[in-house]
Design a protein around this ligand. Structure first.
Ligand code: ADP
Ligand code: ZN
Ligand code: ZN
Length: 744
């Protein structure tokens, strides 16, 4: 047996430690540990500086670059089998490398929460109690025992203690644990640790509608390619039946004994999709989303890892879920920026999904009515195969888009007369209508009519939003707030006026205009708590006339079959933003909002209010739809040499000291300028971030652009190494974002 009596002798564990350092750390084996016991993917407790950390063994090697006397022994192997298989470990290593982020941090984000603690993992499946003989009952006078037996008789898979505690008996009979122990003693119940089926498998698969021609063609191409890697773009207008195609492909994957992974931007916003998947498949479904508690997350994760869950539906982090028998990955709404993590390990779940499929030899489907320009460029280069659905399923026609010219026109609380008239007509026809506005709250600005004072956030370069019902001013960037003032703090005037319109103001105006019609507001303020949104969605589902007023929450994935008119209150902010992706996001938003209208038999209409009706982007969108827009936008990106025609990374720095971030980045650019020029990487900046101050911190940034990925990647690694080792970088908060989606 090779043991670590002499810590300087191999073999060595190469460990990824959760720390902001990109290197791996070598340790000798923990005391009394056989070399054969240590495997990549196991967790190990290691001394780190003056503390201890839970790291992951990445390699076991006979060699180390460290001097013998500097090697320390690891303290303890925490697992007897790897928690992460080599497939996930390989994917994580790729992601750490691609996004230039420390592997230890990547892995600690991937591990389920209990695995981050220095303990053995809890049992994957908690004990479940079952009747040994479903006909055998305790005597009726043992009241609690009898009731427990009745409860268990109705649970063929048994019940966990948490479930019993939550049942009527658990809540009413304090002595149920004693009663259960007594029943166990008497051999009436038994404990099982078999995995429960996650979700509620219903047994058989439900039937979908017969596919139309385009759907069948897309499905056939997909099914023909199930045996190997391939990236498919399922590009189909909203309501064209994309989801139906995913579901059919998943059904085939399940029939072949494989698992399917379905990634969506946000689950809370689209309960309809979860329900649809649940209803369609008899196979066990695991749903992974951010609202899960640690215990549930762990159980769901285990069910996926052990192959009990056959379909895994989750948000971006679910892309790292271990699956023993993966057969297909679907990324729904692949253009949605929620798929990109915006802090810490800044990965894009879509791109990780494509790499995962490649490593595992599977097909991956990227679905969207408004594919990102990156994805369209990949399709144009024939890296991705594009499958199109051009018509709406079930005979619905796509709504017509019209611009409402706001120039020289009176607005009542943000709404123009043509929009109000259209609302009137559609509601009069018994239809539902929808008004989209990008701001929550009552008004985005509070202005003093006498002196021009404007309520600004003290901590951000931003205005405070008026929340009239709460009687408050609130900053939507840092969350700070203040009571709504009665007088102008500058001149004492009482003529303070809310300027511009938010969802609440529009809601109020519509309620006054259509007193007999319910106005339902859907935004972050009106839907705190899951039930509120579900209740609202259920009301919309009943089909009676109403006006929906809301933010992006309305634009995502919902089916509103009774909505025939959608109004977009203001398209202009997307036209002149400093963010080069703003036009793309605007076009996606308009088309997604439009997609909510006219899904059923009734044709839909979309009105877009703008002060720039001649703007080429809007014109293209109206005349040629998203496709026409995307073609032109790609030509422009090529012209300006922006992504996807060049690779981009963004280096950000912020500090409470005004000059520090800029000076810090300036020195960094000086140190790496020559290497950048040599490699053909352009450094733009440092410049103040578009929002120069946020939450009390001043922010600056440098854009890194290059034609090839290798050059950019090399430079990012050098910069990161420099940042990790230089003392100056501890005095600012910095981040490196590869393929940033938001450049502010
Ligand atoms: P998408 O995902 O592209 O928005 P869905 O798959 O959700 O489209 O389909 C939109 C609506 O049309 C759904 O109500 C769906 O049940 C229905 N649908 C889809 N395919 C068909 C079909 N082939 N025949 C009839 N209805 C269909
Ligand atoms: Zn004033
Ligand atoms: Zn603020």
């Amino acid at each position: 047996m090779v043991t670590a009596d002499d810590p300087g002798r191999g073999p060595y564990l190469r460990v990824a430690v959760p720390a902001p350092l990109s290197q791996l750390f070598d340790y000798s084996l923990p005391p009394a540990c056989d070399a054969a016991q240590a495997l990549p993917g196991m967790r190990v407790l290691v001394p780190f500086g003056r503390s201890r950390k839970v790291g992951v063994v990445v390699e076991v090697s006979d060699r180390t670059a460290l001097a013998r006397q500097r090697i320390r022994p690891a303290l303890q192997l925490l697992d007897s089998a790897p928690v992460l298989g080599t497939d996930i470990l390989t994917l994580a290593r790729w992601a750490a490398d691609y996004y230039v982020h420390p592997l230890g941090e990547v892995l600690s984000g991937i591990l389920p929460p209990p695995a981050r603690r220095a303990k053995q993992l809890p049992a994957a499946y908690p004990v479940r109690w079952r009747l040994r003989d479903e006909h055998l009952r305790p005597a009726a006078r043992a009241r609690v025992q009898f009731a427990l037996a009745e409860l268990l008789a109705d649970a063929p898979h048994g019940l966990g203690e948490a479930e019993i505690a939550a049942s009527a008996i658990g809540r009413e009979a304090a002595g149920w644990r004693r009663a259960l122990a007594a029943m166990r003693e008497r051999g009436l119940v038994e404990a099982s640790t078999a995995p429960p089926a996650p979700g509620d498998p219903t047994g058989d698969d439900g039937e979908g509608p017969p596919l139309h021609d385009e759907q069948s063609a897309a499905l056939d191409e997909l099914l023909a390619a199930l045996d190997g890697f391939g990236t498919f773009v399922l590009d189909g207008v909203t309501g064209s039946g994309k989801t139906e195609v995913y579901l059919c492909a998943i059904a085939e994957v399940l029939r072949r004994g494989r698992q399917a992974l379905l990634l969506v931007p946000e689950i809370g916003l689209t309960p309809q999709l979860v329900n649809r998947v649940r209803q369609r498949f008899g196979a066990p479904l695991a749903v992974l989303h951010s609202a899960l508690g640690d215990g549930d997350r762990y159980r769901v994760w285990c069910a996926a890892r052990d192959g009990h869950a056959r379909i895994v539906l989750g948000t971006r982090s679910a892309v790292f879920t271990p699956l023993p028998e993966p057969g297909l990955i679907v990324v729904d709404e692949e253009h949605d920026s929620s798929l990109k993590q915006q802090d810490g390990f800044r990965y894009h779940a879509r791109d990780v999904a494509v790499m995962r499929a490649k490593l595992a030899g599977l097909p991956v489907v990227l679905g969207s009515a408004t594919p990102s320009l990156e994805t369209l460029a990949n399709a144009a280069r024939l890296r991705y195969r594009r499958l199109r659905l051009t018509r709406r399923a079930g005979g619905a026609s796509f709504p017509t888009l019209k611009l409402v010219d706001l120039r020289r026109r009176g607005l009542s609380e943000g709404l123009s007369e043509p929009l109000l008239e259209a609302l009137d007509t559609h509601l009069g026809n018994g239809a539902q209508t929808l008004v989209f506005i990008n701001r929550r709250g009552f008004a985005p600005t509070l202005l003093c009519h006498d002196c021009g004072w404007v309520a600004e956030c003290r901590r951000c370069d931003a205005r405070q939003t008026v929340h009239r019902k709460l009687g408050r001013l609130e900053c939507h960037h840092c969350g700070s707030g203040a009571p709504l003032p009665a007088q102008c703090p500058e001149c004492g005037s009482e003529e303070l006026r809310p300027l511009g319109a938010g969802t609440q103001r529009v809601e109020q105006a519509l309620a006054a205009r259509f007193p007999d019609i319910p106005v339902l507001r859907i935004d972050r303020d009106s839907t705190r708590g899951r039930e509120r949104l579900d209740t609202l969605l259920a009301r919309i589902d009943d089909g009676s006339p109403c006006v929906l007023v809301g933010t992006q929450m309305l634009a995502k994935g919902h089916h509103f079959p009774h909505v025939t008119l959608a109004g977009i209150v203001n398209a202009d902010s997307g036209l002149y933003s400093v963010d080069f992706r703003a036009p793309e996001h605007l076009a996606q938003l308009v088309v997604q909002v439009a997609g909510r209208a006219g899904r059923a038999e009734r044709p839909g209409e979309v009105l877009i209010q703008t002060h720039n009706p001649e703007h080429p982007l809007l014109q293209l969108l109206i005349q040629r739809g998203y496709e026409g827009f995307a073609e032109a936008a790609l030509v422009e990106r090529e012209h300006t040499q922006l992504p996807p025609f060049r690779r981009m990374a963004l280096l950000r720095a912020e500090a409470s000291d005004e000059s520090r971030p800029h000076a810090f980045l300036q020195r960094l650019c000086e140190r790496h300028g020559e290497a950048a020029r040599g490699a053909g990487v352009e450094l733009l900046g440092p410049a103040p971030a578009p929002m120069g101050r946020r939450a009390g911190r001043f922010r600056a940034q440098v854009l890194l652009l290059s034609e090839g990925r290798t050059a950019l990647h090399g430079l990012c690694e050098r910069v990161r190494g420099d940042l990790e080792s230089s003392p100056a970088s501890r005095r600012v908060r910095w981040s490196l974002d590869v393929d940033p989606t938001d450049t502010y």
